[in-house]
Design a protein around this ligand. Structure first.
Ligand code: HAM
Length: 425
């Protein structure tokens, strides 16, 4: 009896060959885009000490308190598959003293993150992100640059109906002032709030602004607005960010409820959403985090960054009907003579060395089946070598677009193929 199949974990996805080219396109675009802005790639391990996220992202956040894949390894270490990348990047920044090379460190990453959320469209247990972290500057031009990278790269990837939602949650002082005002406003409504929000009322009342519960959203409509409580310095910083975004021609809407689900944020917070997506409509989220470096043991260093979800970008592109060409190959080698095999393998490698994409038959199929395979792969040429061709030191070169066929000598074969006009990559 056949053994039962083992399936992937709920909320994780295989990226199959007919989809992986879309991922490669995104990855290539991201890398080229980041290079133009002078951001350099960083890669951090897939798991870290649990403490890093508890301290960095915040014990009270949903991500840390409910969603982490944490485990104890055989040596008794408490480890976690990273639920986000910023804390790891800052850990690496500190561990390797990257700030010593230059007071401004500009990093980007392509990575995966793990959160045990309830899977639904656009929300998975393993997802992929790319993001940037600009470490070292408190100035609003850094905020503008980071937001403009997010905007530019999403546009370059082909996303159109983007909306930038922008807020400032201010410094600690602004938030302390606001927290009091918000608590005073919510106190009479306490009995109407959900259990989660009632708990947050004591632990972190700002997170109540992030609620998805309809009647809480209704109550919050009349709540005091955070930006009214900003200190003059925070207000000046936020004004400067808005002015710079206008100068860059990046439209935004102010969203005073955008507090985001991670505790490290200060001042600017932002998200890019797409109307092409459903409930999980945030393509990208980020903000300033001026105290995270300190929280993780470094000296006070301001920073700002964002991360964008690749699965969501692909979902939004699908809705936009943004299809690309199927893959093609240059040459399919049809080998019908056992003695010719070493020669075919050599010649295939030689052509690959010249940059052609070349496949050979590995199943010893019939001529008909091999040609069918060449057509399925959209090969431009089939090179056919049978017993007679091998004896005469020739190859039949069949152009699969015109079906023209020509016998070419081994000596002139590479030259002949090189002179053909190939337009595939
Ligand atoms: P985040 O908003 O938690 O921020 O995640 C960034 C993006 O990752 C989201 O906007 C979304 O597109 C995608 N994403 C998040 N969770 C999931 C999921 N379960 N399934 C699919 N996609 C998801 C951060 O992670 C911060 N570290 C961003 C940051 C960088 N802030 C400053 N620097």
């Amino acid at each position: 009896m056949a053994k039962p199949l083992i399936r992937s974990i709920k909320g994780t996805h295989d990226i199959l060959p007919d989809q992986s080219w879309r991922w490669q396109r995104i990855e290539n675009t991201v890398r080229a885009f980041m290079k133009r802005f002078g951001y350099r790639e960083i890669r951090t391990p897939v798991f870290e000490r649990t403490e890093l996220f508890a301290r960095g992202v915040g014990q009270e956040t949903d991500i840390v308190s409910k969603e982490m894949y944490s485990f104890v390894d055989k040596s008794g270490n408490n480890l976690t598959l990273k639920p986000e990348v910023t804390a790891s990047v800052i850990r690496a920044y500190l561990q390797h003293n990257l700030g010593r090379q230059s007071p401004m460190t500009k990093l980007y990453y392509l990575d995966r993150a793990f959160r045990q959320e309830r899977p639904q469209a656009g929300r998975y247990r393993q997802h992929h992100q790319f993001g940037v972290e600009a470490i070292g500057s408190p100035h609003p031009e850094t905020d503008a640059e980071v937001i403009s990278i997010a905007h530019g790269v999403l546009k370059e990837l082909g996303l159109s109906d983007l909306e930038l939602r922008l807020n400032s949650i201010g410094s600690q002082t602004s938030r302390t002032n606001y927290r009091q005002a918000l608590k005073a406003f919510l106190k009479p409504h306490l009995s109407e709030l959900s259990e989660t929000s009632r708990r947050r009322f004591d632990t972190n009342p700002l997170r109540i602004l992030d609620t998805k519960v309809p009647h809480e959203i209704e109550i919050l409509k009349d709540a005091p607005v955070l930006t009214d409580y900003l200190t003059p310095e925070d207000a000046e910083h936020f004004d400067a960010v808005k002015t710079l975004l206008r100068a860059l021609g990046i439209p935004f809407v102010l969203d005073s409820r955008l507090v985001r689900g991670l505790d490290y944020y200060t001042r600017t917070t932002f998200e890019f959403t797409s109307s092409a997506l459903g409930a999980q409509n945030a393509l990208c989220g980020g903000g300033r985090y001026d105290h995270l470096v300190e929280t993780l043991g470094g000296k006070p260093t301001p920073a700002i960054g964002f991360a964008a979800g690749i699965e969501r970008i692909l979902l939004a592109l699908e809705t936009n009907n943004n299809e690309a060409q199927p893959e093609t190959i240059d040459i399919y080698f049809v080998c019908l003579d056992e003695n010719a095999r070493p020669f075919v393998l050599q010649l295939a490698n030689k052509l690959r060395g010249l940059g052609f994409t070349v496949e050979t038959d590995l199943l010893r199929r019939s001529l008909k089946a091999q040609l069918r395979e060449a057509n399925r792969l959209h090969a431009r040429l089939a090179l056919i070598i049978g017993e007679t061709e091998f004896q005469n030191q020739t190859v039949q070169v069949k152009d699969l677009t015109t079906t023209e066929q020509k016998s070419v000598n081994w000596d002139s074969l590479v030259d002949y193929i090189s002179r053909l006009n190939f337009n595939s990559e």
